[in-house]
Write a protein of this length. Structure first.
Lengths: 397, 397
């Protein structure tokens, strides 16, 4: 199998992070989280990716050394079977015995942390390196963006298949299953990595008619009824009918990178109020495209878009209603769904060239349904550029 | 939507756990993990499920109260918007102010634990309640088993579809995608909950021919090549040919409960060595069926099966080869893939009636492929009863 990233790129990421470690007097970073491990090594192993503040990183795994060597440009891949062996590796990874160790505290479990604290890194001081890892990961390289474009292409393909397949009498569930199948045949990996352990996100939500406005239990603007109390979100067994909005929100993964997009479909004449909501969503996209430039903070963009949305007479339905409103308009996306930056209140993350953001201004109108589009964008000098190119915002059938 | 479990069953689970809390002087349990929350409430919410040692539990969520009220028999569902409100709820949940609080430390992140420790449960002592939760969850009720039977039925259906669909020239990936689509149409939810945050498990692995023997990077006996370094496991773009084993390992989820099963397929004449491995796998299943009775420990069953497997001349390939062998023969399964008990060395969990176990004695033979069957079983007085009923262990086409 071909490596996803050249050795120079992978070691460049490591060197950039080593600069952060040096500047913050952190002697060593222990990368345990799959998504972070993938970013720094180009693949995933069952173990730890160890980055000393200077010198060569070590990929220490319990098994599968040969596979990792064939999938990652990392030269130092070693197997450990006992915790004493892991300890030895960590103690000797840098030039001096480490005293301060960085770990991503938002994703390590308390049990695993206690294992590292008491068995491996005795008498060391722990620092939380989650934010700097997420900040570095938020700015994508050209090669990462080209992978994300491929994911977005699959997303566009899914919409073109939906256009051919939607017919009255089809259930949301069966339409979603068919689209997922088509996406798989085009290389969608079918996993959706999420940093927040409470969030569960799958391939797609097909939400139709008034029931589509059922609020989410998770931190997402749209919810849907689902088919089971065990996973009460997304597509339901509701039959799609004429004269209602069908919102198709898909999450594609190609070579480990995600693309998140939503389009609207309607058989026959669309409801007027949802058309108005869609128009507003589109104008908010235009504002985002123009204003989401390097240098602006995520919080400023949030305020700008929200103030514009307030001019709509449908504002009470914007991003949910009442207690069920969510407090963001977009989220960074890449290896994980919930990356930096968040287009949300008071976020002081400064937008940079190469950041990738799923922007999703949506209206959830009880008794009517869901309207709004979502694109995954990359931030460029002139503003935000959509990676999705499916041209129709509302496809009428 | 219909409730999955009657009020009596859900409150019975809570009362049983309250007995444990009382016996261990734990004043309150804070359930934060989705799978545990589903077990105790019948659904999932964005927040905490609070179980005082005695008295009524509280489902405290940030949003989606109405939905939870319609999907769970829990009567006390409240919304909190600020951490001070959550603190108030926890301080007043029991008869006295709690001093000792139980939390599942294997699944809570360090950041969330610190939030609870410093903002909510100040001056309280924390106890790890992961093992008792997992032990209670490991014994399934009649209603849980009937849901798991439905999941197993979908698994059986998938094999019957594979029998019709497999043909030379098809890729592993496309076969797997087709089967996943068929499973979705039968109600497979498409999520696979895993307790271990390092494990990533999807619908299925279709592994064919010699490349199927590629070891896993995760803690699973079979691996597969996959299609990307970003998720290097499972089905690949390899074309299925005549005269080789095709191992189809599927993970179905129906109403939140899983079924895990593997069957073998072959176009034409199967390789002799893999046939021998399959025969051995079957005889180990027979031994498991007879011996996995209430009262035996999981470790005893592991030793018994392993000693029998050692008699095979193919033992060096049993559960992997060399450094890539895994040290278990089966795993508890239900809401999560990796439940108690583990059929693994030195496990002292005592088997009980109603425990559900995926048993998977497999041979991974480099240069040849993968052979072995897997069933999800329920422990009964007389031994283990398979929930899967697809009758063919090797389907020749």
């Amino acid at each position: 199998m071909k490596l996803l990233f050249a050795k120079e790129e992978i070691y460049g990421r490591i060197e950039k992070f080593q600069k952060f470690l040096q500047d913050n007097a952190i002697d060593i970073a222990i990368i345990h989280h799959n998504a972070d491990m993938f970013y720094f090594s180009g693949t995933i192993g069952n173990g730890y990716f160890i980055i000393p503040a200077s010198g060569d990183p070590i990929f220490a795994v319990k098994r599968g050394v040969e596979r990792i060597k064939s999938l990652s440009p990392i030269s130092n891949v070693v197997v450990f079977k006992k915790s004493s062996e892991l300890k030895e590796l960590i103690l000797n990874a840098g030039k001096t015995t480490p005293k301060t160790v960085g770990i991503a505290m938002d994703v390590i479990t308390l049990s695993e942390f206690k294992f590292l604290e008491t068995r491996i890194c005795n008498n060391m001081t722990f620092k939380n390196i989650s934010a700097p890892i997420r900040l570095q990961r938020s700015v994508k390289s050209e090669s990462e963006i080209s992978i994300m474009k491929k994911a977005a292409e699959i997303g566009d393909y899914v919409f073109s298949e939906a256009k051919k397949y939607i017919k009255p009498g089809l259930t949301e569930w069966n339409l979603c299953a068919y689209l997922e199948y088509q996406a798989k045949l085009k290389g969608n990996l079918g996993i959706v990595r999420v940093r927040n352990p409470h969030l569960e996100i799958v391939f797609g939500h097909v939400l139709s008619g008034p029931e589509g406005a059922e609020p989410s239990y998770g931190d997402t603007p749209t919810g849907g009824v689902g088919v089971s109390p065990a996973f009460a979100q997304g597509s339901s067994s509701r039959i799609i009918s004429e004269g209602e909005f069908i919102s198709i929100d898909t999450m594609l993964c190609y070579n480990g990178y995600l693309s998140d997009q939503t389009r609207n479909f309607c058989i026959g004449t669309p409801p007027e109020q949802l058309m108005e909501a869609l128009e507003t969503s589109l104008s908010l996209h235009n504002l985002f495209v123009q204003s989401a430039k390097p240098g602006a903070t995520a919080g400023e963009i949030y305020d700008l878009i929200l103030n514009e949305a307030k001019k709509s007479r449908l504002f009470e339905f914007f991003m949910g209603t009442g207690n069920n409103k969510v407090s963001f308009l977009g989220h960074g996306i890449g290896i994980e769904v919930d990356e930096f930056p968040f287009i949300a209140p008071k976020q002081n993350t400064i937008l940079q060239k190469g950041m990738t953001i799923a922007f999703e201004p949506k209206f959830i109108i009880p008794g009517e349904g869901v309207a709004g589009i979502e694109n995954t964008y990359v931030i460029q000098e002139g503003g935000a550029l959509p990676l999705n190119t499916f041209p129709e915002n509302l496809t009428t059938l």
